[in-house]
Ligand binder design. Structure first.
Ligand code: HEM
Length: 519
């Protein structure tokens, strides 16, 4: 290399290096000043709220780590233990203040405030991309409109036949363990039932059990939820670069590639299928262009065709988000209900009697009309969603001050933690809240606790899958309980709850299956 060339290169490196350094210093200085300015305004308002125990620098995180053998699995209980002592309180995740709300009036006031956003979820961009969870404003409205259309009750007929198909397949697969002494963890069967039926419902795609990639994506969703939660609790992991380095050292970077494989395959297979159909039949092509398509994936593809800004990346993000929001929440609820029924045999018999009343001695298929008639079963599902709120909390940010019911003010820009779990354990509405008692949701008593029961959130961002989830859970339970009587040796105190984005039971769902008398 000539000397001139070398000196040009050296100069280039110097200039480039200095620029990067300047940008870095500018960013740090800018962030520090913004933080100090924000804190100056926030501190007097925050000081009027109760404070969770805090240590310098590390904040309340110290109390989550203290006496903890495994931060990943024990933090759920610790967070709940810490914040459940207060109706509203402030806790510091290192330098970030978070206001925790547990009173339903306050939670609902924030949920109903359409100006509260989930900006913090930008953190999850790497995982969720530009999907409904991360979007706001007009883009969020458009995404929500598509999802509401895709999951509207007039499409339930199609959903039902798929859920029925997989439920009866699972019921048959469990035959192997019936009337044996074997105790099985039902979770794997229920997860697979829900993953398969959910993906088929949104896209017609069949998860290939022999294909490791499909299964890897499903498993990766669970692991990523745990990692993202750790990232949220430790603000030093918020910058993308640091988080990626952290993942690299944990050997977990591949998970983020894995989760996109299934959406990619779904899009490819569906696009090819639509192309073949259109070639074969021009009439169908016309229909797909004008009418509202049947499947969620087709709705996304239609939008993709008519909107240059809605790229394939957006479709992947939407598919991934809806799969992660839909299948595991529903599966966890089915498992929780089965475990509760196995622990409370007299309640299980009442549910069985109700199934017999609705279906008679007939082993006929479940119809949509049947779902409404399963009133007592719904009480059991609601009580389970109360006690084990699958989504135990959510977060919001607001750019204006908010006044709480007790007159305290949450300053603008502060992260707000909405504790559905705390509201579900409020003793004013749910006496003996630790007990599992479906009678709380009996028609006579439901009015007393309705407002404090928020398993699907509320306000403009109310869960889109509320009706779908309830119908799906009931259908699965009918198939299983009609065929098997469940028992367990597990006790309430054996259930170990782990918190990430969902609240999971980490101890498994260990059940024994006994056959019911055939009609
Ligand atoms: C038992 C099952 C389920 C529970 C407990 C549940 C719970 C929730 C909760 C609490 C929220 C509000 C989160 C927030 O306000 O930040 C939510 C939002 C959402 N849920 Fe569900 N969900 C369930 C099933 C489903 C299903 C089956 C779908 C599939 C369609 C779904 C799709 C969504 C979507 C897309 C949102 C975001 C809505 C938005 O931001 O506008 N969920 N869910």
């Amino acid at each position: 290399m000539s000397t001139t060339m070398r000196s040009i290169l050296v100069n280039f490196y110097w200039i480039f290096g200095s620029c990067v350094f300047m940008i870095l210093v500018r960013t740090i200085v800018h962030r520090t000043f913004t933080y100090i300015r924000q804190m100056r305004r926030m501190t007097p308002l925050l000081n009027s709220l109760d404070h969770l125990p805090t240590k310098p620098i590390i904040g309340s995180l110290y109390y989550l780590i203290k006496d903890t053998k495994d931060f990943m699995t024990e933090r759920g209980e610790k967070v709940i233990e810490l914040i459940s002592k207060y109706e509203s309180a402030i806790f510091w995740m290192m330098h970030v203040p978070i206001v925790s709300l547990g009173k339903h009036e306050d939670i609902q006031a924030v949920l109903n405030n359409s100006r509260c956003s989930r900006k913090f979820l930008r953190l999850l961009e790497g995982t969720l991309g530009d999907s409904i969870f991360v979007l706001h404003g007009e883009k969020w409205r458009r995404s929500r409109k598509i999802l509401l259309a895709a999951f509207s009750p007039n499409r339930f007929h199609r959903f039902f036949s798929i859920i029925k198909e997989y439920s009866s397949f699972t019921t048959k697969a469990l035959e192997l363990f019936c009337d044996t002494d074997e105790i099985i963890d039902i979770k794997h069967y229920i997860l697979s039932l829900n993953a398969n039926s959910f993906v088929r419902n949104i896209s017609d795609y069949e998860i290939n059990k022999s294909n490791n990639e499909d299964i890897a994506m499903i498993n990766a969703v669970i692991e990523i939820a745990r990692l993202e939660c750790t990232r949220f609790l430790i603000p030093w992991l918020h910058p993308k670069f640091i988080y990626k380095t952290y993942l690299f050292f944990l050997g977990k970077l591949h998970l983020y590639r894995e989760i996109l494989q299934l959406p990619k395959k779904i899009i490819k297979e569906r696009s090819m299928c639509n192309m073949t159909r259109n070639l074969q039949n021009d009439k169908i092509a016309e229909d797909t262009d004008t009418a509202s398509p049947e499947l969620f994936i087709d709705m996304l593809l239609q939008r993709h065709n008519g909107d240059a800004d809605f790229t394939e990346k957006h479709i992947r993000a939407e598919i991934f988000s809806v799969i992660s929001a839909g299948y595991e929440t529903t599966a966890a609820t089915v498992c929780n209900v089965l475990l509760m029924l196995a622990m409370h045999l007299e309640v299980q018999e009442k549910v069985y009697d109700e199934i017999k009343t609705v279906f008679g001695n007939d082993d006929r298929e479940v119809q949509i009309e049947d779902v409404k008639k399963l009133v007592y079963m719904e009480q059991c599902i609601n009580e389970t969603l109360r006690k084990f709120a699958v989504i135990p909390s959510t977060l919001r940010v607001h750019n204006e001050d908010i006044m709480l019911s007790d007159g305290h003010i949450i300053p603008a820009g502060c992260l707000i933690f909405l504790g559905f779990y705390l509201s579900h354990h409020d003793k004013t509405f749910f006496p003996n809240a630790d007990n599992w008692d479906p009678e709380r949701f009996s028609p006579e008593r439901y009015g007393d606790c309705k407002n404090a029961f928020l398993p699907f959130g509320g306000g403009p961002r109310l869960c889109i899958g509320t009706k779908y989830a309830m119908a799906s859970i009931k259908t699965q339970l009918v198939h299983l309980i009609r065929r098997y009587h469940f028992s367990t040796e597990m006790k309430m105190q054996d259930i170990h709850l782990v918190l990430d984005i969902l609240l999971r039971n980490d101890s498994g769902y260990w059940l024994k299956l006994h056959s019911r008398p055939k009609n």
